[in-house]
Design a protein around this ligand. Structure first.
Ligand code: ATR
Length: 299
């Protein structure tokens, strides 16, 4: 018999997983498993590398009672959004699913990236209500951040991207759900971002620039001279979590701006997934400690 409740230790073990392809980089099992263990759930959280051609079979398997739900990462977030039985409001607006929970054998798609991002913002004492924000990048992460900010009452959001058409497309699709006057798109070039930087209380990097082992690991998506245009007190938030201190964050700190890295968001989106699966408050501090430990071990 299927059940919506996770099992306590006397019961049969149920499974959760992160699915993606490739998956070598994922630290989700490192902070999710301790959370289940801490609260005494008989749940195993595994990394399940899933090539795209195996996704349909996995989603079929997921309907079985042994599965509590899953986290979904690149490249499956959009495909899973199209395949589940129902979507949360956030998942529908973002067009991507990072968490599937079960309702019996039905699959319900959620997106906890937006909530995780906002909780990281709150940690950094930045109120999204009325904020003017500049988002660097126009991929899935940028979309989640834009939806989070617009839903939370941001006054204006500019999306700047290397490939300007992608930024324009993102803003055009967001304008179907939010007031177009609150949105702008442009190229990630000095001339274009200058005016947006001068009026921004928040800059969010969602590009892969500065990410360890990536093609632009030593770079910043914004030159230091551009960063200096931000008003005093602005927050620079980098979604990159490896390394903890990216070239962008180092430059921002040197110039006296407030900063936030990507690890808290990663943990908070996972904590929100945990709460969807279990119906209980996640042990967030414990998850953060395990996440930091996992990153420290990676060097
Ligand atoms: P995700 O879905 O995780 O956000 P993505 O869709 O691969 O990831 O998006 C990566 C983002 O990083 C894109 O905005 C990409 O810009 P393009 O749309 O022009 O490809 C941006 N990006 C990657 N490398 C970059 C670089 N060297 N300079 C500037 N932007 C870069």
């Amino acid at each position: 018999m299927s059940s919506e409740q996770p099992c306590r230790s006397a019961d049969t073990v149920r499974f959760t997983a992160v699915i993606g392809y490739p998956l070598a980089h994922s630290i989700s099992p490192r902070f999710q498993q301790p959370a289940f263990d801490h609260l005494g759930f008989a749940v195993r959280y595994v990394a399940r590398e899933t090539p795209p051609e195996e996704l349909p079979a996995f989603l079929h398997e997921l309907r079985g009672p042994q599965w509590l739900g899953v986290n979904v990462t690149v490249p499956h977030k959009e495909a899973v959004a199209a395949a589940v039985d129902d979507l949360s409001t956030e998942a529908r607006l973002i067009g991507a699913v990072n968490t599937v929970r079960k309702a019996g054998d039905r699959l319900i798609g959620h997106n906890t990236d937006a909530a995780g991002f906002l909780r990281g913002l709150t940690d950094a004492a930045c109120n999204p209500q009325g904020v003017t924000a500049l988002i660097l990048g126009a991929g899935g992460a940028a979309r989640a951040v834009a939806v989070a900010l617009l839903q939370a009452g941001a006054r204006h959001v500019t999306v700047a991207n290397r490939t300007v058409r992608r930024a324009e497309r993102l803003v055009a699709t967001l304008a179907a759900s939010f007031d177009a006057a609150r949105l702008a798109a442009g190229p990630l070039q000095a001339e274009a971002v200058r005016p947006a930087l001068r009026g921004a209380g928040l800059v969010v990097n969602t590009t892969t620039v500065g990410m360890a082992h990536g093609p632009a690991a030593d770079d910043s998506p914004l030159a230091a001279a551009l960063l200096a245009l931000l008003p005093p007190g602005a927050l620079v938030y980098d979604l990159v979590y490896n390394p903890a201190e990216t070239p962008l964050l180092r430059a921002a700190q040197r110039q006296g701006y407030r900063t936030q890295g990507g690890l808290p968001m990663l943990i908070y989106q996972g904590a929100a997934s945990f709460e969807l699966w279990t119906g209980q408050s996640a042990p967030v501090e414990l998850m953060l400690a395990h996440g930091r430990q996992a990153m420290a071990e990676r060097g």
